[in-house]
Design a protein around this ligand. Structure first.
Ligand SMILES: [Fe+2]
Length: 460
């Protein structure tokens, strides 16, 4: 749009009030021959479709839609994860279209959007990205990481308003379900960046069921023409293992790969600093085939699960009890029937998934051990029978002021009911409404700032 006084005018779908909300830009930058405006909307409802138009002195855009992320773990979250869309525009455009047809909640893009980072290329890239708009007019958000073809961190701020000058940042999705770490392969690895990662993993990351990282350079590229990234192996590989980052999306090499779960090791069975560990390892996927020139996949490792060279991105579906991974073969997915609304785990007809062994997908199992532990912990006490009473009194004690969360979770780790409040130090007998809790057995957990302080089994 080219007019003046632009603003976003928006409203939740189904909201019948006559007045739409208006928000003026919070930031304007001139970059790559464009004036880019960003409006940072706050106070939105979770898991809600909003309609909006961009209005300026020349009129309104067409009505479009965005969909906010769920705030609880019980809704499956779908993502597309890929990178390297540099210079083959026809492949890139096909893949953008395909991404929109698959209706993910968001797209994780790990760098190298354009080839030379020129104004013309960025304008073309944004034009091509319009193809990701879905059939129900939804804009799919992008979580962007920096590649070596982005000449500075600020280009990502100018194009996507990323929340960090350093181009490394973490985002939570689905309440306690998922934390995504976007790292910057182009910034110094050791030092400030790795300290930040370690700090966030220790103070925040553990409160989430799943931790996923994305960054540009693969630690151990699966083509011989690319450099080994020993600094990333050393700094991040160890942290991923220590803090149970279950999945890492890499790019840059323009080949396709998926590894077995692996962890850093220099022992006798290790190869290039990693060894397979099916129980506790990190799965690495990639390596960037969104329209950049494909390279030979000729650097296989003993812990490589599959390797190939074709246009692909990964499709992820994150649930409390499992993380499903599919590698989408773009050139074989040419006759797809688009999904007509946000995917909560659904795949469109006509999608071609790469064979991973004998299957077309893999599922990483959720941290079942933790569940078993939680149940063992709760079983030390008698089961509380609710007998369809309207409320339950829960005793607990706080030594300090905390945000308290009381959760009822079922055997599939889905949160069926939760309550949140802030309480000062003291002894409490907290009454919570359990009248509408369906029949079944639940783990009741009281958290103080995400730390469990009490667990019981309850039966309705
Ligand atoms: Fe690259």
């Amino acid at each position: 749009m080219s007019g003046r006084q632009s603003r976003i005018v928006y409203q939740a779908e189904g909201d019948l009030s006559p007045t739409w909300r208006v928000h003026h830009p919070d930031k304007m930058v001139t970059s790559k021959g464009m004036k880019n405006y960003f409006a940072r909307l706050q106070g939105l409802e979770p898991d809600t479709r909003y309609q909006f138009v961009i209005r300026d002195s020349e009129g309104d855009s067409r009505i479009m839609v965005f969909h906010t992320a769920p705030a609880t773990p019980d809704t499956p979250l779908t993502f597309i994860a890929g990178g390297d869309s540099r210079n083959n525009r026809s492949a890139r455009k096909r893949m953008n279209l395909l991404a929109g047809q698959m209706q993910p909640l968001a797209i994780l893009f790990s760098g190298d959007m354009t080839d030379m980072c020129s104004s013309k290329e960025w304008q073309e890239w944004l034009d091509d990205w319009q193809l990701t708009i879905t059939v129900d007019r939804r804009l799919v958000p992008i979580v962007a990481a920096r590649g070596n073809h982005e000449t500075s961190n600020s280009i990502l701020e100018d194009m996507f308003d990323i929340p960090s000058h350093d181009a490394w940042y973490a985002l939570g999705f689905g309440g306690s379900l998922l934390r995504i770490y976007t790292l910057n392969s182009l910034a110094p690895i050791h030092g400030r960046q790795t300290r930040w990662l370690e700090d966030d993993l220790s103070t925040q990351g553990h409160a989430f069921t799943w931790r996923i990282a994305q960054y540009h350079f693969p630690m151990r590229p699966h083509t011989r023409r690319k450099k080994e990234r020993l600094d990333q192996v050393d700094a991040w590989g160890e942290l991923f293992h220590a803090h149970k980052v279950q999945l890492a999306q890499e790019s840059d090499s323009h080949v396709a790969k998926i590894t077995w779960p692996i962890k850093p090791s220099n022992g006798g069975d290790s190869f290039e600093g990693f060894v397979r560990d099916d129980d506790d390892g990190t799965v690495y996927i990639g390596e960037g085939c969104w329209g950049a020139p494909l390279r030979p996949a000729n650097d296989v490792k003993p812990w490589t699960r599959e390797i190939g060279s074709f246009h692909q991105f990964n499709w992820l579906c994150v649930r409390p009890d499992g993380l499903e991974i599919r590698v989408i073969q773009a050139d074989k997915s040419m006759a797809v029937t688009p999904l007509n609304t946000l995917s909560r785990g659904a795949l469109p007809n006509g999608i071609a998934c790469w064979a991973i062994g004998v299957s077309d997908h893999i599922v990483l199992q959720g941290p079942g051990e933790d569940l078993a532990e939680a149940i063992r912990d709760a079983e030390r006490f008698p089961i509380i029978a609710l007998d369809h009473k309207s409320s339950l009194q829960i005793p607990y004690r706080l030594d300090d002021t905390h945000s308290v969360r009381i959760e009822f979770t079922n055997a599939r780790r889905q949160t069926v009911k939760s309550f949140e409040f802030v309480r000062n130090a003291g002894n409490y007998l907290e009454g919570v409404n359990v009248r509408d809790l369906p029949d079944g057995r639940y783990i009741l957990t009281v958290f103080a700032d995400n730390r469990p302080i009490l667990r019981r089994l309850v039966q309705q």
